[in-house]
Design a protein around this ligand. Structure first.
Ligand SMILES: Cc1ncc(COP(=O)(O)O)c(C=O)c1O
Length: 448
């Protein structure tokens, strides 16, 4: 751990500035610019505001700072690499770091998922994975397999493929043009009773819906099914027991590829390296980002099974096998950050730490069961979803009010609709877990 943050480390006052030029992502720009909430520095479990006020981070930034903020080994690795080689192309050229990182990363993934394509974000990973699935079927002589199946309330980022396969109405409706041939399974929210703990046995076969879509479209038209093992961005939706196993069974039976979007569940969030490991289900393609560099440099990755990789690469005529890639795939600074980050996870045993803390986390989360406005609490690993009853006629307003009050009180939470999603850095201390839920419960008393 870094030395504790000191007030002297952070700027003492916010410079007055015009905020209008930065068009902020997924933000109520007009409200924000009238009521800005700014961050100036970070260390360990805390952010600091420009005024020097500490903010306890219960969301790992945006689900990405799994090892805590500004960790020295990662900071220094980036600094060192920036001084050695700023950029190197990876189209028809190489440098050692992404090769080393791919090899190192593959050791954390299910056996055989050891062909790694680098991207710069979760959204790029999602679209890369979908293109891989299409290329795989084409390479194997089934070019008619073009349909992509996602899930309602799925989130796979904001590029065209991920937006289409994702199942968030608000993200899709504003952009009428969508990728062709996409269909969706139902979501799993509400399958288990409210206030369920962890994974629950539920007496319905939700994954069996995939058989209905196969019957509707014909298996020979379906390329892939993409799901998050635990849907994060739409409010911590934990799948029922056996759900992912059943998806695996059905996809395998029909020659459909299974893609796990592990942008959130990767790197220890559930107490294992991946959701695939946690649930004991191996997909054909697995997407990662966020925790790959601890959020310290933009980077994503797509891991493909040997079968997927070999069909596309080994089966191709001489020349470029996969016409896809990004200028910054395997960027030197991101690769250096990734290597230092994976080493840090191993040195500090952070995935095991998350697993060990999970029971305490669960108990602390469910202590909010009787808190004002709370209609559900659910949890897995070091993730919790606390669902509030919406204000009549104003969905999302109550949770947003809680978010703003928490920030002003020195606690960073994340809200999606009326669901509060908590996912702290895996270095969180027991006392900080109690503090997070205790303060949240207090603040909810003041929220109308
Ligand atoms: C499951 C999942 N996939 C993809 C993404 C998109 O990642 P990015 O914002 O890095 O593009 C996210 C982001 O939260 C995510 O949770």
């Amino acid at each position: 751990m870094n030395a504790p943050i000191t007030a002297a480390a952070a700027p003492q006052s916010a410079p007055a500035r015009d905020l209008s030029a930065f068009w902020m992502p997924f933000t109520d720009n007009r409200y924000f610019k009238a009521h800005p909430r700014l961050l100036a520095s970070a260390d360990g479990m805390y952010y600091r505001t420009p005024e020097g006020r500490a903010v306890l981070d219960a969301t790992s930034g945006l689900w990405c700072v799994n090892a805590g903020h500004n960790r020295r080994p990662i900071v220094e690795a980036i600094q060192r690499q920036a001084a050695v080689m700023d950029f190197a192309p990876t189209f028809q050229l190489g440098h050692p770091l992404p090769f080393e990182l791919a090899e190192r990363l593959s050791r954390l993934l299910p056996a055989g998922m050891d062909r790694i394509f680098f991207t710069n974000s979760g959204s790029e990973s999602a679209d890369t994975a979908l293109k891989m699935a299409l290329a795989y079927h084409r390479a194997r002589g089934e070019p008619g397999r073009l349909r992509l199946i996602g899930r309602q309330r799925g989130y796979h980022g904001t590029n065209f493929g991920g937006t289409s396969v994702g199942g968030i109405g608000g993200n899709r409706r504003g952009f009428a043009a969508q990728v062709w041939g996409v269909d969706h399974l139902g979501h799993t929210h509400g399958a288990a009773p409210a206030f369920s703990r962890g994974v629950t046995a539920v007496n319905t076969d939700l994954a069996g819906e995939l058989e209905d879509l196969v019957a509707l479209h014909g298996p020979e038209t379906i390329a892939a099914v993409m799901v998050e093992p635990v849907a994060g961005s739409t409010g911590v939706l934990v799948p029922p027991a056996g759900y992912l196993q059943r998806l695996r069974e059905i996809t395998r039976k029909h020659g459909i590829l299974l893609i796990f979007d592990e942008v959130i569940t990767g790197f220890g969030r559930l107490g294992a390296a991946t959701g695939a490991e946690f649930f004991g289900v191996t997909p054909d393609i697995l997407t990662l980002a966020k925790g790959l560099t601890n959020g310290a440099a933009p980077m994503g990755a797509v891991a493909a099974s040997r079968a997927v990789h070999d069909a596309i690469v080994e089966g191709a005529p001489p020349g470029i096998e996969f016409f896809h890639g990004y200028t910054y795939s395997g960027h030197p600074l991101s690769s250096a950050a990734g290597l230092a980050c994976l080493q840090l996870y191993a040195d500090e045993g952070l995935f095991g730490r998350a697993a060990a803390l999970a029971p305490l986390w669960e108990a602390a989360a469910h202590s909010l069961a009787d808190a004002r406005h709370v209609i559900d609490v659910r949890n897995l690993g070091l993730v919790a979803g606390i669902e509030l009853e919406p204000r009549p006629g104003a969905p999302g307003a109550r949770a947003m009010d809680a978010f703003r009050r928490c920030f002003d009180d020195g606690l960073l939470i994340r809200v999606t609709g009326d669901i509060i999603a908590l996912s702290p850095p895996l270095i969180v201390e027991e006392a900080q877990i109690h503090e997070m839920f205790g303060r949240l419960g207090q603040i909810l008393k003041d929220v109308e």
